[in-house]
Design a protein. Structure first.
Length: 454
C-alpha cells in the first residue's frame, strides 16, 4: 500500500490546486485497487477496469472474436445471478446514480457515479455485473441487434468511419488496425459460447483494476472490493502481462479511400507516433498542441482563419502499449481538398525546417497545463485518470509530476521528436465522393508516393 503525496507546486511557478491523495493496494488475487480523495466532493466515481480490449481478440476463421470485447461490454448489463437487467437499472435510478461502460483497443471499463453514501451499492453492482453475468441466449440475441444498430449508426458518421479507415491503413493487419466495434459479419456470427469463453479467459482478477475517486476512505473501498469479488474467480497473477503481437508491415502506399456520397470530403493525414511509456511523450504532446491542438495552432490558423478552407481542422495523438500515432483531420468541400492538403504539408515541412517559436512553445505548455487541471474538476475524470494510469502504465503519475514533465520540455527535445516522427511515412485516409485514387487531387496522391514502411 503506497501513499502518493507530491509537492503542491512545480517548476516555473505552476500551482497545483491540492496535493494528490492517491493510494494503491494489491490484493492476494492480483486485483488492484487505486483511489483518490477529492476534497469537497459529495459523490464517488467507481470504475472496474479490465486489461482487455479489441486487440486481444483472435481472428482465427474458425473462432473469430472480432468485436467480442465490445459485444461483451453490452451483454454483461443484461442480468446476473442476483439481478435482472431491470433490477440493475432500478437500483441505480433509486439513488440518482449513473452506470455505464466503454471499450477501447486495450482495456474495458465498467463505471458508476453515485453519492458517497451509496458507494457500497456501486461497488456491489459493478462487481456483480462483471463477475456474475448470466448471458442467456435471449439476451445474446437482443444485444446482437443493439450492436448491429450501433454499427449502422456509425456508418452514418463519416468522421467515425474515417478514423477506422485511417487505423486500418496505418497499422495494416495488426490488431490495432481493427475497429473496436467489430463488423456486421463478425457480430452476426458471434455465439454465446465464444463470448463466454472470451469472458472467462480475460476477466480474471490479475487483469482488473478497481479505481475510485471522490469522498471516500481507501481502506473502506479495499474492504468492499475484497468482499464483493467472488473468491472462485481468483487466479494466479500472470507476470508477463499482455503478449504483444509484432507490428505487421503494410504496403509501400498508405492511401485509403472510402467512397461516400457526402457534402464534405473528410481527410486524415498522419504517421506512427510514440507508445505510452516513451519518455518523450511530453515533448510529443507539446508538438501536437502547436500543430493543431487549439485555435491558435498552426493548422487552425493557416487552414481556417487565414484561408477559410475548412470549418473543422485539428491534430491529435493516440498511444498504446507498443505503438502510437499522430493524425491531422480536416473536413472541407471536395473541390478544396487539394488546397487543404497543400497547407497541411506546408505546416509539417515548416516545422521540420524551422522548428517552433518560443511563443508557440510557451502557449502550448500553458494550454496543456490548463487542460489537464480543468479536466480533473470532477470525480469521474479523476477516476478515469488514475484507472488509466494503473491499467495502462502499471503505476500512478501524480498531477504535479505530469505538470512538471510538461514544464521541463525543452525546445531541443521538441525538435528531436519532430525530426523523428514527422519524417516517418505518411498515411492518408479519405471519406467522401471519390471512387478511385484517380479522382483525388494530385496534391494528395503525391503525399504518399514513394513511402515505405516506417
Amino acid at each position: 500500500m503506497t501513499l502518493l503525496a507530491p509537492p503542491g507546486s512545480v517548476s516555473g511557478g505552476a500551482s497545483v490546486p491540492a496535493p494528490d491523495l492517491v493510494r494503491h493496494s494489491l490484493l492476494p488475487s492480483g486485483l488492484q485497487v487505486v483511489t483518490e480523495v477529492v476534497p469537497g466532493a459529495r459523490s464517488v466515481s467507481v470504475g472496474v477496469w479490465i486489461g482487455v480490449g479489441s486487440r486481444d481478440e483472435t481472428t482465427d476463421p474458425t473462432a473469430d472474436e472480432t468485436g467480442a470485447a465490445h459485444y461483451l461490454e453490452h451483454l454483461l448489463f443484461k442480468g446476473t445471478a442476483r439481478r435482472t437487467a431491470t433490477q440493475i437499472a432500478e437500483e441505480v435510478d433509486a439513488v440518482g446514480g449513473e452506470l455505464n461502460a466503454f471499450t477501447g483497443k486495450e482495456h474495458t471499463c465498467f463505471h458508476g457515479h453515485v453519492l458517497d453514501v451509496d458507494l457500497p451499492l456501486a461497488v456491489d453492482l459493478l462487481t456483480d455485473v462483471v463477475t456474475a453475468a448470466t448471458m442467456i441466449d435471449r439476451d445474446v440475441e437482443l444485444e446482437r441487434a443493439v450492436v448491429l444498430e450501433e454499427i449502422a449508426m456509425r456508418a452514418d458518421d463519416p468522421q467515425d468511419l474515417l478514423g477506422e479507415v485511417f487505423d486500418a491503413a496505418l497499422f495494416g493487419d495488426h490488431s490495432l488496425g481493427r475497429p473496436v466495434i467489430g463488423s456486421e459479419e463478425s457480430i452476426k456470427a458471434m455465439t454465446r459460447s465464444r463470448l463466454r469463453d472470451f469472458w472467462r479467459r480475460h476477466y480474471t482478477p490479475d487483469r482488473v483494476v478497481v479505481a475510485a475517486a471522490g469522498n471516500l476512505e481507501h481502506d473502506r473501498v479495499v474492504g468492499l472490493v475484497a468482499r464483493s469479488w467472488p473468491a472462485e474467480s481468483y487466479s494466479p497473477v500472470r507476470p508477463e502481462g499482455r503478449r504483444l503481437a509484432p507490428m505487421a508491415s503494410v504496403g509501400a502506399r498508405r492511401l485509403a479511400i472510402l467512397e461516400q456520397d457526402t457534402e464534405q470530403a473528410h481527410l486524415m493525414v498522419g504517421m506512427r507516433g510514440l507508445d505510452q511509456r516513451d519518455p518523450r511523450r511530453p515533448a510529443f504532446e507539446v508538438l501536437n498542441a502547436v500543430l493543431g491542438g487549439g485555435v491558435s495552432s498552426r493548422l487552425f490558423q493557416q487552414v481556417r482563419e487565414q484561408r477559410g478552407l475548412a470549418y473543422s481542422v485539428y491534430s491529435a495523438t493516440s498511444s498504446y502499449s507498443d505503438a502510437g500515432q499522430l493524425a491531422v483531420y480536416a473536413g472541407c468541400r471536395p473541390d478544396r481538398l487539394g488546397d487543404v492538403v497543400t497547407v497541411m504539408r506546408g505546416v509539417l515541412d515548416d516545422v521540420l525546417r524551422d522548428g517552433l517559436t518560443e511563443a508557440e512553445v510557451t502557449r502550448a505548455k500553458g494550454s496543456l497545463r490548463g487542460a489537464l487541471i480543468l479536466g480533473l474538476e470532477d470525480s469521474d475524470s479523476r477516476m478515469q485518470r488514475i484507472g488509466c494510469h494503473q491499467i495502462d502504465l502499471g503505476h500512478q503519475r501524480s498531477l504535479a509530476e505530469s505538470l512538471a514533465a510538461i514544464e521541463a520540455v525543452s525546445p531541443a527535445e521538441i525538435v528531436a521528436v519532430a525530426d523523428q516522427v514527422l519524417r516517418r511515412p505518411l498515411t492518408v485516409a479519405v471519406v467522401g465522393p471519390f471512387e478511385t485514387e484517380a479522382d483525388l487531387p494530385s496534391e494528395l496522391r503525391r503525399m504518399t508516393e514513394g513511402c515505405s514502411n516506417g
